[in-house]
Design a protein around this ligand. Structure first.
Ligand SMILES: Nc1ncnc2c1ncn2[C@@H]1O[C@H](COP(=O)(O)OP(=O)(O)OP(=O)(O)O)[C@@H](O)[C@H]1O
Ligand SMILES: [Mg+2]
Length: 280
C-alpha cells in the first residue's frame, strides 16, 4: 500500500488549494531530482514532483526547460544525476507517445500496435483482441491493414497512441503529441484524449507548450522554467472531466488561461503585456 501523501511542496498555486478535491494516491514521486548531461548542461535542478493516480498532469514551459527530460527519467530511458524517483504503487508500467508518431513505415497499423505486445512475447493471434481494442479506443477500427503512408497526420498520431495503450499502461507519457497537427485536428484529438483518459481512468503526464491545451486537458499544470530546468508554479484546474467544447467558452477557462499564462511569463522572466492571453 502506498505511503500517505506528503504535504505538497508549493511553489505557487495560482488557483489556491481545492480542499474538497479527493487526495489521490501517488503513482510516482520525484524527490530533489537533478539531471546534468555529460556535456555539462544542467537540464533539471531539485525537481520535486508527485504524479497522482488518475490525474491528467501537464508539464508546461519554454523550450529547453527539461520537460522531455522528466518524461525520459520517468520512462527509465535516463537516470537522475541527483535525487531519486520513487514508485509507491506496485505496478508502474507505462506507455510513451513521442512528438513524432514514430511508426515503422514498413509495417501496417496492426503490426505497429502489436509491437509492444510482441516484445512481451505475445503472438499475433494472442495479441489480436488487445490490438483491436486499442485501435477501437482511438477510433481506428478497420485501419489495421493500412500502412503509415496511407494515414493522415492525425491518424498516424492515433495509431501511435494505440500502440502506447496496447499494454494497458498505468501511466501514459505524452511528449507534445499534437504539436505538428493543424488546429482542428488538434482540438479533436484533445477531446478524444480527454474521453479516453476518463474511460480508462489512466494517469497521463502530458508535455505541451500551449497554455490553452494545458488548461483544457489538465487536472493540474506544472509550470517549468529553464536554465536550469525547474518547477516554478502549479495551477490546479478544478473543472470536472470529461470536458467538452463548452468549457473553452466558459469564463473559468479564460481566467485559468490568464493565470497559467502569467505563471509561464514569470517562468520566462517576463511579465505579459497587460496580462492578456487572448482566447482560443
Ligand atoms: N542527451 C542530451 N545531452 C546533452 N544535453 C541534453 C540532452 N538532452 C537534453 N539536453 C539539454 O537539456 C535541456 C533540457 O532539454 P529537454 O529536451 O528536456 O527540454 P524540453 O523542455 O523538452 O524542450 P522542448 O520544449 O524544446 O522540447 C536542454 O538545454 C537540452 O539542450
Ligand atoms: Mg521536449
Amino acid at each position: 500500500m502506498a505511503a500517505p501523501l506528503p504535504a505538497a511542496r508549493a511553489v505557487a498555486n495560482a488557483t489556491g488549494d481545492a480542499p474538497s478535491a479527493p487526495a489521490r494516491e501517488p503513482l510516482a514521486r520525484l524527490a530533489q531530482v537533478g539531471k546534468t548531461f555529460q556535456n555539462g548542461v544542467e537540464a533539471l535542478r531539485a525537481v520535486d514532483l508527485e504524479i497522482r493516480r488518475g490525474e491528467f498532469l501537464s508539464l508546461l514551459g519554454p523550450s529547453g526547460c527539461g520537460k522531455s527530460t522528466i518524461l525520459r527519467l520517468l520512462a527509465g530511458l535516463a537516470n537522475p544525476s541527483l535525487g531519486r524517483i520513487d514508485w509507491p504503487a506496485t505496478e508502474h508500467d507505462l506507455g510513451f507517445v513521442f512528438q513524432e508518431p514514430t511508426l515503422m513505415p514498413w509495417a501496417n497499423v496492426f503490426d505497429n500496435v502489436w509491437l509492444p505486445l510482441r516484445l512481451q512475447g505475445q503472438s499475433r493471434a494472442t495479441a489480436r483482441p488487445r490490438v483491436e481494442e486499442a485501435l477501437a479506443q482511438v477510433g481506428l477500427s478497420g485501419f489495421d491493414r493500412a500502412y503509415p503512408r496511407e494515414l493522415s497526420g492525425g491518424m498516424k498520431m492515433r495509431a501511435s497512441i494505440a500502440r502506447a495503450l496496447a499494454t494497458r499502461p498505468a501511466l501514459l507519457l505524452m511528449d507534445e503529441p499534437f504539436a505538428a497537427l493543424d488546429e482542428i485536428t488538434r482540438m479533436k484529438l484533445n477531446d478524444d484524449l480527454v474521453a479516453l483518459k476518463c474511460e480508462l481512468n489512466a494517469t497521463v503526464v502530458f508535455v505541451t507548450h500551449s497554455v490553452f491545451e494545458s488548461v483544457y486537458l489538465s487536472d493540474r499544470i506544472v509550470v517549468m522554467a529553464p536554465r536550469p530546468g525547474r518547477v516554478v508554479a502549479e495551477v490546479a484546474v478544478p473543472a470536472p472531466q470529461p470536458r467538452n467544447e463548452d468549457f473553452r467558452l466558459r469564463a473559468e477557462y479564460a481566467e485559468l488561461c490568464r493565470e497559467t499564462s502569467r505563471a509561464l511569463h514569470r517562468a520566462m522572466g517576463a511579465e505579459p503585456a497587460g496580462g492578456e492571453t487572448g482566447s482560443q
